[in-house]
Every structure is written in structure tokens, then in C-alpha cells.
Design a binder for this molecule. Structure first.
Ligand SMILES: Cc1ncc(COP(=O)(O)O)c(C=O)c1O
Length: 376
């Protein structure tokens, strides 16, 4: 039996979104910029999708720019905004997604720019006061994600945005992992830029959005036909936007914390040596990250794969060498421990049966790997 437990990487496409996507691709095949009936039909679907997203987030439709996903949205906010600012400081959490950290690296290398990276506590949570203490009159942008993709921790975005607004410093909130898992009211939050991705909620891959506060001007990343009110050129992905809108609110992660918590309790009982990360922090309900000391995360992942479980490990393979998770390292976790880490991210369909099967599989795999290590 196959069990998909990697929702933070991507959520399987949901039927409602697939149907809406296919319908839009079939029925509105015109270019939304064309003035004729076929173009108007496509434009109407795009506008409706924009309205739905705006309504869901409690913002004006004019703030929504559809993008190719969360990565583009983050890049657009960072490069688009900073290109229009005088050189200065950028304050960022050390646990952001690479689509925030890497664009900022290129700004750190420019003359006159400084990037201040704020580390989380050992539970993976940024202290709002510490973060805000770095924000001053020279700060051009502050970046803090709402939910971390690896640990599931909820970050103190409300406090940070409120402080930054008071100091007239622009904020970028990566809310990719929060969508569908936390209630979101962007008017109340008041951030300047907020990024989203459709595929984390069962929508199509390759679609997302950047929400831009009214009045803010960004230098476009993509230039050309001037679509999306000159903010993002390129013929719009109408079926993608429609599929995104159709997925909103469809995946209900509301009750999943009971399964996740039960999983952690059972695993802790069966294997007391397991170390859970961020268990004491405020987390979204679907994510569990833990280390199995003495075992290699990648090997565990492959063994779980053979047993039918799709999970993630705490390290990424880049050019032949294994990089431990920058999030865990920032939390003060040792390189060795980070290398023995697994991330499980449950979805709404998971039951106590899945929970128990995973615990059983982990116990078996551990026994086997320990035996093999002993024999060699
Ligand atoms: C927190 C976070 N930000 C941004 C992204 C990038 O989104 P996309 O895959 O749509 O480019 C991801 C995806 O893993 C993410 O988890």
C-alpha cells in the first residue's frame, strides 16, 4: 500500500481543482489580452479567479498578481522592491525558504547593502523582539515566513509586521505553507508583500501569487506585454489561476493534529531515543520532524519508500554532497543529527491506521538497519 506523507513538499491535486483547470483549458482557450469574444471569455475566468483569491484573503482583487508559484512571488517582491530603494539593510529570518534566502544573497553582495540574518530559538521560532531590534530607519525590507516548511512552526509575523508598519519598513511574508492550514486575513495582517503557491493546497503546480499592498510599485522581473497591470508580463496561465481558486478552502487540515500528535506519542514510546523538533512550539497540525540518532536520514527515507511511505529527509543532496537542513542548523542542531532527520507531513485523508502503520514501519526499519550495522 502506498501512503503519501509529504504534503509540505506538495499536496496531491484535488478533483475540484483538476476539473476546474481542465474546464478552463478547454472552454477558455483565448488569450485574455485579446479583445474578441474568445479573449473576453478567458479574461472573465481570470478575473473570477482573482476575485475568489482576493475574497478568500480579504483583500482587493487589484492586489493579486498571479505568478508561476511561490518562488517567483518571493523573487518578485525582493528584486522588484529593492531595485527601487536606496541601498540599506534587509532583515531576514535564518529559516526562510531558499527562494527568499538566495535572492537576498545577491543583494548582500551589492555595494551599500547589508543582510542581517536572525536565528530562531532551539524550537525553531524567531523571537519577535530580537527580530524587530534589528529593524531601523536604514531597513528597506524585513522578511519573515508565516509557517516554516520543515518544522511547521508558526512565526510571530503579526508582531513583526505591526512593528515594521510603525517604523515604515516594508515586509515580505512567505505564507506558502500557511495557506489552508491557518486562518488568513491579509487586511488585518497589513504586510506589504505576501507570497502563495497553489500546489501546496491541492491546486496546480506552477501557479502562485504575490499580494502587493496598494500603491507599491515594483520593478517587474518579467518584461514584455505588460500583463497583470504591467507587474508581470507573459500571457496569463488562466487554467492555472482557475485551478488555484478552485482549490481554496478545499483541503481541511483542521483535525490532522490529533493524528500527528498521536504519531509522535506512539513513536516516542516505541523508540525513546527519537528526538522530535519544535514539539514545544506552536506548529501547524500536519508536520512532524524528528531525528533517529545513529541512522542516516536518506537511508531511512529510501527504506520508507520501499515500504510505500513517501516522506522527506532533513537534508538535500546537491552536487553529490549532502547538505544538512539550514533550518535545523540555525536551530543549533548538530550536522550529524540533522543528517538523521525525517519530515513527515500528513494530509487531511490520513487516519489512525496510517499513523500506526508509519510507527510500525519506522520500528521495523530501525531494527533492520541496526542489525545490518551490527553485522558489518
Ligand atoms: C515556505 C515556502 N516558500 C516558497 C516555496 C516555493 O513555492 P513554489 O514551489 O510554488 O515555487 C515553498 C515550496 O516548497 C515553500 O515551502
Amino acid at each position: 500500500m502506498q501512503r503519501y506523507l509529504d504534503y509540505n513538499a506538495t499536496a496531491p491535486a484535488i478533483d475540484e481543482s483538476l476539473t476546474a483547470f481542465t474546464e478552463a483549458a478547454r472552454t477558455a482557450s483565448g488569450n485574455p489580452s485579446s479583445l474578441h469574444w474568445a479573449g473576453r471569455a478567458a479574461r472573465k475566468l481570470l478575473d473570477d479567479a482573482r476575485d475568489s483569491l482576493a475574497e478568500y484573503l480579504n483583500i482587493e482583487p487589484g492586489s493579486v498578481v498571479f505568478t508561476s508559484g511561490g518562488t517567483e512571488a518571493n523573487n518578485m517582491a525582493i528584486h522588484g522592491w529593492l531595485s527601487k530603494q536606496e541601498p540599506g539593510k534587509i532583515v531576514v529570518s535564518a529559516i526562510e525558504h531558499p527562494s527568499v534566502l538566495q535572492p537576498l544573497e545577491s543583494w548582500a553582495a551589492k555595494p551599500g547593502w547589508e543582510v542581517v540574518s536572525v536565528r530562531p530559538d532551539r524550537n525553531g521560532v524567531i523571537d519577535a523582539e530580537t527580530f524587530c531590534s534589528h529593524v531601523d530607519a536604514d531597513t528597506r525590507l524585513a522578511c519573515l515566513m508565516l509557517v516554516n516548511n520543515e518544522t511547521g512552526t508558526i512565526q510571530p509575523v503579526e508582531e513583526v509586521v505591526a512593528h515594521c508598519r510603525h517604523s515604515e519598513v516594508a515586509t515580505l511574508v512567505d505564507a506558502v505553507q500557511a495557506l489552508g492550514k491557518l486562518p488568513l486575513d491579509l487586511s488585518k495582517l497589513g504586510a506589504d508583500f505576501v507570497s502563495f503557491s497553489a500546489h501546496k493546497i491541492g491546486g496546480p503546480k506552477g501557479v502562485g501569487s504575490l499580494i502587493i499592498r496598494r500603491g507599491h510599485k515594483l520593478k517587474p522581473l518579467l518584461q514584455g506585454g505588460g500583463q497583470e497591470r504591467k507587474r508581470r508580463s507573459g500571457t496569463e496561465n488562466v487554467p492555472g489561476a482557475v485551478g488555484f481558486a478552485a482549490a481554496l478552502g478545499m483541503l481541511d487540515f483542521g483535525n490532522i493534529s490529533a493524528i500527528r500528535n498521536g504519531f509522535e506519542e506512539r513513536l516516542a514510546k516505541a523508540l525513546p531515543e527519537v528526538i522530535f523538533f519544535s514539539r514545544e512550539a506552536g506548529r501547524v497540525g500536519n508536520t512532524s520532524m524528528f531525528s533517529m540518532p545513529g541512522l542516516d536520514g536518506e537511508t531511512l527515507l529510501m527504506q520508507l519508500d520501499l515500504a510505500g511511505f513517501a516522506v522527506a529527509s532533513g537534508s538535500a543532496c546537491s552536487s553529490g554532497k549532502r547538505d544538512a537542513s539550514h533550518v535545523l542548523l540555525a536551530m543549533g542542531v548538530s550536522d550529524l543529527q540533522a543528517q538523521s532527520t525525517i519530515r513527515v507531513s500528513f494530509g487531511p485523508e490520513h487516519t489512525s491506521e496510517d499513523r500506526d502503520a508509519l510507527v510500525g514501519a519506522l520500528v521495523n526499519i530501525r531494527e533492520r538497519l541496526k542489525m545490518m550495522a551490527g553485522a558489518s
